[in-house]
Design a binder for this molecule. Sequence first.
Ligand SMILES: [Mg+2]
Length: 349
Amino acid sequence: MYSMRKIVHLDMDAFYASVEVRDNPALRGLPLAVGGSPEGRGVVAAASYEARAFGVRSALPMARALRLCPQLVIVRPDFAKYHAVSQQVMGILRTCTDLVEPLSLDEAYLDVTENRWGLAYGSLVAKELKRRIYEETRCTASAGVAPNKFLAKIASGWRKPDGLTVISPDRVEEFLQALPVDALWGVGPVTAKKLRALGLERVVDIRDFDFDKLQKEIGSLAGWLRRLAYGDDPRPVVAHRAAKSASSETTYAEDLQDLDRIRTELARLARETAEWLEKKQLAGRTVTIKVRYADFTTVTRSHTLSRPTCDADVISSWAAELLHRTQAGRRPVRLLGARVNGLVEHSAL
Ligand SMILES: [Mg+2]
């Protein structure tokens, strides 16, 4: 029996790029990347669908993006603006239910089993969420509706942009039967290759495969994948409101293995956080990094400074320092985050 929860995964389409196009219609239809300079070590933070057609995607070095697409239009990110739109979006989601779990600025899970709108079907809730978001922000979102988080997340990516995919409980099995292993959340290209080498092409093939052998190949991820192969994901939607902190985090499509790359990524996140603090005229005392390994275990490491700062160099160097206290580089990493809390107004310094 599948759980009868109704979970929605809501994901804004090419979020930063869409906000930029909305505010500058001359950019519409162009291959657009939001991110750092190609001369420095800038990376793509978001790419429009026109740019994606050239292979430009998030986390790609901007210089390489420009080689893939010489006519690429590059716009510098305005994180204060994205945070503002994000708050608008999360506000809309919370008119439906308090059970909203933001994953990043532009993505959230909702448990709409019970909802304030009194809608019986998750699909109707998702449609209404999408409509209100577009009406208020002029940006589109894609939604997935399913009995659990893992399926809802896959569903939201199914028909992007402006998509809506529903996996009703009686269609879960049919859906799983057709799902290739690399569609699983947590399976990057490296793991997918290992699974394929074992003859595991589809998610459901994992069910009958020798568990010890699987564990030997892909480590602690094995147990999790076997649960997912049965469509079993009991993780609840955990509501949390924006804390009194500034943070930036990224989940990588492909696990990061290389320590240099991990350092570069973490520095980028720390700088994004610092930039946001500066725009908001805030400063904070505690720098925290978050590292989620490929097997989904997550660690945080913190350092509290003697006085508040919004200095990007200070924040990113502490983030780098804290990284030494993790196993990043020795274990593959799927998510990185940098956060500053203990915020005070600049004027209070
Ligand atoms: Mg998105």
